[in-house]
Design a protein around this ligand. Structure first.
Ligand code: UDP
Length: 236
């Protein structure tokens, strides 16, 4: 049994702790939620528990499809044992249906089905507001080389494909999804962070109802219920 050691990092929704094994970390899921670069803050009751269970299940689905993730096991209902990855300062966003910043950027109505999935990259820099960047910017910044960039892009499409089908079978449309990757101790590319209603958009296939963090961002009500409903569908 690994021992939890000092806190390494505290983010908006999670705390990461070191352990007595340098290759392993503990990722603790909190109930706190932020939006609009931290300008909006709140608590979503039991969100941490729901997100931890959703993420654990989805990492399992991806592993079964041959995609390496940082997930080891749940230690309790909020603490996830994970690989200690050297994280790449990139957010990959896979999209299937126009929403959020893509709808704004391209002048699309929310809900327009994209001709084919799109993967975008954002530079993970809070002080810059996580700007969208291209493959050339990624290389200019020295984040990864061109081949690694292509591998990350292809892997993002694969994750989107596997999870898109998984959610479809559960009556949910996967609208878009943010992914983060890192390098493990053997230099392998591994999917990290979390996959949850905080980092994805899910709409009920039958009713179009939003079942994700947009309920919090846009004050739509029923926030806790949405997270619980996604958990129910994912673990059904
Ligand atoms: N997203 C995220 N973290 C971020 C930015 C976006 O998890 O820092 C997720 C967001 O929940 C959505 C997708 O990435 O599922 C695309 O977000 P978008 O670019 O549309 O930005 P938003 O409308 O959320 O500001």
């Amino acid at each position: 049994m690994v021992q939890q050691m000092e806190q390494m990092y505290e983010g908006k929704a999670k705390i990461v702790y070191k352990t007595d094994d340098p290759n392993l970390l503990i990722q603790h899921f909190k109930d706190s939620a932020t939006a609009f670069d931290g300008k909006k803050k709140g608590e979503i009751k039991e969100k941490g528990v729901a997100n931890a269970a959703i993420a654990a299940t989805l990492f399992g689905v991806l592993e079964a499809a041959g995609i390496k993730t940082h997930f080891h096991e749940m230690l309790n209902d909020r603490d996830m044992l994970i690989d200690n990855l050297k994280m790449i300062q990139l957010e990959a966003v896979a999209r299937n249906i126009a929403a959020g910043s893509l709808a704004k950027r391209l002048g699309y109505e929310e809900g327009v089905v994209l001709k084919k999935p799109v993967v975008e990259f954002y530079y993970k820099r809070d002080d810059l507001g996580d700007p969208i960047i291209t493959c050339q910017h990624v290389q200019e910044l020295g984040l990864v080389n061109e081949d690694e960039f292509k591998t990350i892009r292809d892997l993002s499409f694969k994750v989107n494909d596997v999870l898109g089908r998984f959610f479809n079978e559960r009556g949910l449309d996967l609208i878009d999804m943010k992914l983060e990757f890192g390098w493990d101790k053997d230099g392998q590319l591994v999917l990290g962070d979390e996959i949850s209603p905080d980092t994805c958009r899910f709409w009920d296939t039958a009713t179009g109802e939003k079942l994700d963090k947009d309920r919090f961002r846009r004050d739509l009500g029923g926030v806790e219920e949405a997270y619980v409903e996604v958990l129910r569908r994912v673990t059904a």
